[in-house]
Design a protein around this ligand. Structure first.
Ligand code: PFF
Length: 451
């Protein structure tokens, strides 16, 4: 009884587009909306975008295909999938499930902040033009002992309710609503942003490459961004792929999903940077851009109240379609392997992950003095262990597994639906998965360990 529907079979995606939207939903998230524009700014604008594209082709598509193929071949969760192909490789899947557990615990804390800001935007409480005041407001929210935990709970409950509904009735249905809404909202925001006087500087910032800025650091940053942004390295796409029917065109999906993710990252850059420049702000790092600079930008705009609501709805949808995929990785494992009912597993796991997230939230306030790993508090420790260690390691091991242990010939057989489908790039993909991708990832991994 594994993730079964009423007729006793394993659940499957209801449609091809349902799978694409759910998988793209997993990929499109906080990583695209605030990280990409900032990384581009930090790393020479268009130069970064160019390198990102190269990395996307060399590693992004390669791993996306590898994960989906393993998932569909085995029709199992991340751990079960590795075990089915090679018994003693199950631990690699376990690393992925662990990563999902940890990432969701702090992703949900940030999702809680987004929810809190949406509530603020809805009540008109964000009509403040002074970045300093907004900065204090953000600081107050995240350092409070109770409010962020309350919103963390709300975000987790929203995640849980979707996953509770299963693959077709929960994740696919939610993605089919939220992803189109997300596209519409981001296009409205881009149109607003690029038509502001002075917006051109922001467009230039994103697209005009400054080649003198390309160095090994930029290349490695771009590779890391491809990884996190595409939800690769922790068996998320193995899990989503496991609900695919045998006639899906995997090579096509493995191209479409990264393309959608990249389009949204570029659109996010086009929504964020022109507006930031038009109002004379500096593109600030990380959370600052979303929670401080952006409300200030909106407050200065005509109809800014509506745009700020739209913006936080957009961020919330993006975060939710990613958080459900993180929870699904863990739920699928418990349902498949421990034979626990999906509904019970979902509620229990969401509750445990919520509890694990509490120290991450408190680490911005009452527990700020507690250091867990070096000088990192709980939040930063969770982020470091998962993003910098578990994901790259998981991706590297996936390449070795598919390229050398299982074998690319078997993977290609699965990817081409037993030869029924033409997979022209098979030799090229095999080369990438055996040699290029693992070497590239190994470099990032070593560098992230050095710091
Ligand atoms: N891809 C998501 C983002 O860009 O925000 C984050 C993420 C989701 C990473 C799911 C890993 C994952 F399995």
């Amino acid at each position: 009884m594994a993730n079964v529907n009423n007729s006793g079979e394993r659940e499957q995606w209801g449609s091809k587009i349902g799978f694409i939207l759910a998988a793209a939903g997993s990929a499109v998230g906080l990583g695209n909306l605030w990280k990409f524009p900032y990384m581009a700014g930090k790393n020479g604008g268009g130069a970064f975008v160019l390198v990102y594209f190269v990395m996307l082709f060399l590693v992004g598509f390669t791993l996306m295909l590898a994960e989906i193929v393993v998932g569909r071949h085995t029709q199992l969760n991340a751990i079960g999938a590795y075990r089915k192909i090679r018994k003693n490789w199950a631990w690699v899947g376990a690393l992925g499930v662990l990563a999902g557990f940890i990432i969701l615990s702090f992703y949900s804390v940030v999702g809680g902040w987004v929810t809190a800001y949406l509530v603020k935007a809805l009540s008109g409480g964000l009509k403040i033009t002074d970045a300093q005041t907004l900065g204090n407001m953000f600081g107050q929210l995240i350092s409070d002992a109770r409010t962020p935990i309350f919103y963390h709970a709300i975000f987790m409950i929203a995640t849980l309710l979707i996953v509770y509904g299963g693959i077709g009735g929960g994740i696919e249905k939610a993605s089919k609503i939220m992803m189109p809404a997300l596209f519409i909202i981001i296009i409205i925001l881009v149109l607003r942003s690029v038509t502001l006087p002075g917006a051109f500087k922001g467009i230039e910032y994103l697209f005009v490459p400054d080649f003198s800025k390309i160095n090994i650091g930029v290349i490695l940053d771009a590779l890391g961004q491809v990884f996190f942004s595409l939800s690769l390295g922790m068996g998320c796409m193995i899990t989503y792929g496991s609900y695919l029917s045998k006639d899906t065109n995997i090579p096509e999906s493995a191209v479409t999903i990264p393309l959608i993710d990249t389009a949204v990252a570029l659109l996010a850059g086009l929504a964020v940077l022109p507006a930031v420049f038009a109002f004379g702000f500096e593109p600030a790092a990380g959370p600052g851009l979303v929670f401080i600079t952006f409300p200030a930008v909106f407050a200065k705009m005509p109809l800014g109240g509506i745009f700020s609501i739209l913006f936080f709805v957009l961020v919330l949808f993006a975060a939710l379609t990613s958080s459900i995929s993180l929870l699904e990785v863990v739920v699928a494992y418990v349902v498949d392997e421990w034979k626990i009912k999906r509904k019970i597993a979902t509620v229990a796991l969401a509750f445990i992950i919520f509890l694990i997230g509490i120290p991450a939230s408190l680490s911005f306030g009452p527990w700020a003095h507690i250091k867990v790993l070096g000088d990192r508090g709980f939040f930063d420790t969770y982020d470091f262990i998962s993003s910098n260690i578990l994901l790259p390691l998981g991706g590297l091991l996936l390449c070795i597994f598919v390229g050398w242990v299982w074998g690319t010939d078997k993977a290609v057989k699965e990817a081409s639906n037993d030869g029924q489908l033409e997979f022209k790039l098979a030799p090229f993909w095999s080369f990438l998965v055996k040699y290029v991708a693992p070497v590239a990832i190994a470099i990032v991994f070593v560098r992230s360990l050095i710091g």
